[in-house]
Design a binder for this molecule. Structure first.
Ligand SMILES: *Cc1c(COP(=O)(O)O)cnc(C)c1O
Length: 407
């Protein structure tokens, strides 16, 4: 007989996923109710309200897309972008390339600007590119886990308003652990996921849409045959039909809204998880959660430096919740990660593209942005490095982190 699922105990200190908060897992073991049960629709409405607080917005259109973060990205882009539209993507890591790839699949004419991995853009460089390319959408990542950089967004909304551009942001890696202001920064569409600073499993993508983004998307609404009513727009009147049915935000907005248009069957268990992630953040307070990520992220940063390791990239623009550590000369990065996993049950991250084999990525996010998780990881890393022949001061990592905690 195949045995029941029984995963090994692991401490997930990579760039995500992380261990889910036990309270989120408990919420996800609750029984299902029917799709249009009043309790269910109330729970959906409550979840919308909680995510308004998380995104710091008053946007009516705030809900979750069923699927991992990438489903949120695709939903946003496929619903906004019509074939032939221009999209500008500032690329500063792997997830910028993903926005390019998805926008291209939507039929967009994609323009990019790039900085080397480990850097972020100056807003003036973004504005120059906006002026040069006149895009319909500027699509940008806030925190790119591939490089650990956090792109400042506070000026981009104003630039986009001035040039009549819609601003989309992928905040999957950063939301909940770094300052984020949908309304104050003038963002039109933001998407996220649960498995980073929100402390849940992957599988649900919170999203918020400004009224002007919602209007653009609503202009492309073609309600499915079989559920269409006389009030729905004449098929010929609406804009180009959105190329995906599942990720059609024009219909999904009506599914979450008072009309309760029949679309997909809500992923009820993920909804419970997403609701609990947001509830826990709101209960803690968004500012307190960001402060917690800043504190434990700093302890990890000083800890790896205390082990004599160099940190990759522009540290002044690093996300709070992940650090890229240069693998010391002579150490086999994958062998060291594997020793951490098998001997200590701790997972840290490898890297992609130009950074592969050069840096490890160590996260302190969500439920794992905690003192014990930071100190245990640093203590284990010291042992693995020593076994790899790296000369070290005993306790240098834990000691440096402890100094952050006692200051
Ligand atoms: C981790 C991450 C994702 C993850 O997407 P999934 O579909 O949930 O795997 C997307 N965007 C960014 C910026 C990320 O850091």
């Amino acid at each position: 007989m195949t045995s029941p699922v029984n995963p090994p105990p692991r401490l997930l200190m990579g760039p995500g996923p992380i261990n889910a908060d036990p309270r989120v897992l408990r919420a996800m073991s609750a029984q299902l109710v029917g799709q249009y049960d009043p309790w269910m629709t109330d729970t959906m409405t409550e979840t919308m309200g909680l995510y308004r607080d998380v995104f710091r917005t008053t946007n009516e259109q705030t809900f979750v897309v069923d699927g991992t973060s990438r489903a949120g990205i695709e939903a946003a882009l496929v619903s906004l972008v019509e074939p032939g539209d221009r999209v500008l993507v500032p690329v500063f890591g792997r997830f910028g390339h993903l926005l390019v790839e998805i926008a291209e699949r939507c039929g967009a004419e994609v323009h990019t600007i790039e900085v080397p991995w480990g850097e972020v853009f100056d807003p003036s460089a973004v504005e120059e590119a906006v002026v040069a390319t006149r895009p319909k959408v500027l699509a940008v990542v806030q925190g790119d886990t591939s490089t650990t950089m956090c792109q400042p967004l506070e000026d981009l909304g104003e630039i986009c308003r001035r040039h009549d551009v819609l601003l989309y942001c992928d905040a999957t890696a950063s939301l909940g652990g770094n300052p984020f202001e949908t309304d104050l920064w003038g963002l039109d569409v933001v998407t996220a996921g649960l498995q980073k600073c929100l402390g849940g499993p992957s599988g649900s993508a919170p999203i918020t849409l400004s009224p002007r983004a919602a209007t653009v998307i609503d202009g492309r609404k073609h309600v499915e045959a079989g559920i269409r009513s006389d009030d729905d727009d004449d098929e010929d009147a609406a804009g180009v039909r959105i190329a995906s049915n599942y990720l059609d935000l024009a219909q999904v907005m009506d599914y979450w809204g008072p009309r309760r248009l029949n679309h997909h069957t809500e992923a009820t268990t993920m909804l419970y998880g997403a609701r609990e992630c947001a509830r826990l953040l709101v209960e803690e307070g968004l500012d307190a959660a960001v402060e917690r990520h800043a504190r434990h992220g700093l302890a990890m940063l000083e800890g790896v430096r205390g082990l004599g390791l160099a940190v990759f990239g522009d540290v002044a623009h690093k996300m709070h919740n992940v650090v890229a550590v240069e693998i010391p000369a002579g150490v086999d990065g994958d062998a060291a990660r594997s020793a951490l996993l098998t001997d200590f049950g701790i997972e840290i991250g490898t890297s992609f593209g130009p950074l592969h084999g050069k840096v490890w990525r160590i996260g302190t996010m969500g439920h794992n942005a905690r003192k014990d998780a930071v100190l245990v990881t640093l203590a284990a890393l010291e042992q693995v490095l020593r076994a790899g022949g790296v000369p070290l001061t005993a306790g240098g990592g834990v000691g440096a982190a402890q100094e952050v905690y006692s200051s």
